[in-house]
Design a protein around this ligand. Structure first.
Ligand code: ATP
Ligand code: MG
Length: 449
């Protein structure tokens, strides 16, 4: 099967797009919340103070506006507050003289005091009119004087002063062009920064989604590869059994003895199928994390000595030399799994050696590790194959391994067992020839389990 980790699988691609969109929405939501927060803070920061100032000014003057020597007197602590007074017919009675200052730069009037020209000009501006009066209303008004637009925050209220009974309404104004300018600048900066961040977020989200999807897609392809390899491996023994059984069926007058070879081959293939399905089950279980591991404290020498004895006898029957060196090492491990690991390594050593070759097993403690080393002087493994021997269904010489009943799953299972024990498994050349498999199990870590 073609190994492919890119995003060309439909399901993966769909998932990837979903992930990018979800990430983008998350980014945009964060910026939107940030924007709302900024606007609330800015509003509060710029306007609530101004509103407070207007209300204080109202409280200080509502009942006390007086007319002294033809001039209206008010108590105004904040120089930014300008005032316009109206009678009961909404006609303007008076306004702060310096309210005119706003138009001076535009029109070049020389004086601010009682200039008729300025007064008539200002008559036409909305800010000096009462408009629709609502008592105690804060509102935002703007007017264009010359080329410049002026923004005001205003408060209008009823006047109830005995000292100037003709004054019925008062409008307080604060020109807030400065605040609006700053606010607009903040919004502009926010929008520019957000646009940049959203763009960066988009790139980040694509990179992040790729990273997230990569192990999933790799796993998916591995799984697909595994299923395809497994079916392929199952097919071979099944077709052998089928052909042998068909062969038996054609020999209707043959005795059991005559077809014993076919039966023997079929039985061998059935045994192989049995082993293969068991191995597949073991691998799938550990893949899905449902393999049970029973850690307990044992002396490894005691646990493996029978297995080693059996292999010693088998090796000698098959004409191999066998050496073993075992130390007492007490630590937590799963006894069945460690025995299985040793069987896999010793089975390989036996399978991939010739007569007179030497097989050796050493178990000892080194530093904080328990080492299990299985060496042989057999056919050896090429450097290329060393990188792949722990992969499922990998066999350096498929025909040879199959002849020996191998499915290429032994070392994959061994690796899983080692991983379940937080250990490491490695393979290197034996001197002068052959192969060494070294397993290191971290005693300290395992004793905490
Ligand atoms: P299985 O163990 O499933 O019966 P197998 O022995 O072919 O089949 P593994 O144990 O996974 O599979 O080994 C994978 C491959 O690594 C083998 O096919 C063989 O090519 C190589 N190999 C493993 N152990 C040795 C060894 N001691 N010497 C030389 N080659 C080895
Ligand atoms: Mg094997």
């Amino acid at each position: 099967m073609k190994k492919n980790n890119s995003l060309d699988n439909k399901i993966i691609k769909k998932q990837f797009i979903k992930l990018v969109i979800a990430n983008m929405i998350a980014f945009i939501l964060v910026y939107a919340i940030l924007g709302v927060t900024i606007s609330v803070v800015v509003r509060h920061y710029f306007y609530s103070d101004l509103e407070d100032e207007l209300r204080i000014c109202k409280a200080e003057n509502q009942y006390t506006i007086a007319k002294v020597q033809g001039e209206y007197r008010l108590k105004v602590d904040n120089a930014r507050i300008k005032i316009v007074l109206f009678d009961d017919k909404h006609q303007r009675l008076a306004y702060s003289k310096d309210l005119l200052n706003y138009i001076i730069p535009d029109y070049g009037f020389e004086t601010t005091v009682n200039s008729e020209a300025i007064a008539s000009y200002i008559d036409n501006t909305e800010i000096c009119k009462l408009g629709e009066f609502v008592d105690d209303e804060i509102s935002f008004e703007k007017t264009k004087l010359g080329k410049t637009e002026y923004n005001f925050i205003t408060l209008t209220f009823d006047v109830e002063s005995n000292f100037a009974s003709e004054v019925k309404y008062c409008k307080l104004l604060i020109m807030n062009n400065g605040e609006i300018g700053i606010k607009n600048n903040i919004i502009r900066i926010y929008l520019i920064v957000s646009a940049c961040l959203v763009l960066l977020g988009m790139i980040a989200s694509i990179i992040l989604s790729r990273r997230t999807i990569k192990p999933i897609s790799e796993n998916m392809y591995k799984q697909m590869e595994f299923v395809s390899d497994a079916s392929h491996e199952l097919r071979t023994p099944l077709s052998i059994v089928q052909s042998k059984l068909e062969n038996i069926l054609t020999k209707t007058d043959a005795s059991v003895y005559d077809v014993s070879e076919d039966i023997a081959i079929s039985l061998k293939e059935v045994a192989r199928l049995n082993r293969l399905t068991n191995d597949l089950l073991a691998l799938t279980r550990s893949d899905n994390g449902v393999a049970t591991i029973n850690f307990d404290n044992y002396d490894i020498k005691e646990i493996v000595k029978d297995t080693i004895q059996i292999f010693k006898e088998m090796s000698e029957i098959e004409g191999r030399k066998f050496e073993s060196h075992m130390e007492t090492v007490n630590f937590n491990f799963d006894r069945e799994k460690i025995v299985q690991l040793l069987i896999i390594l010793l089975d390989n050593a036996l399978k991939y050696t010739f007569k007179k070759d030497l097989i050796s097993v050493s178990i000892y403690k080194e530093g904080y590790d328990c080492c299990i080393v299985v060496g042989d002087t057999g056919i050896g493994i090429s450097d290329e194959a060393k990188k792949k021997v722990f992969e499922r269904f990998y066999r350096e010489d498929k025909a040879r391994s199959r002849k020996k009943g191998g499915n290429g799953l032994g070392l994959a299972i061994a690796k899983n067992i080692v991983i379940q024990h937080n250990g490491k498994i490695s393979v290197y050349d034996n001197k002068p020839k052959g192969t060494v498999f070294e397993v290191r199990l971290p005693i300290k870590k395992l004793n905490k389990k």
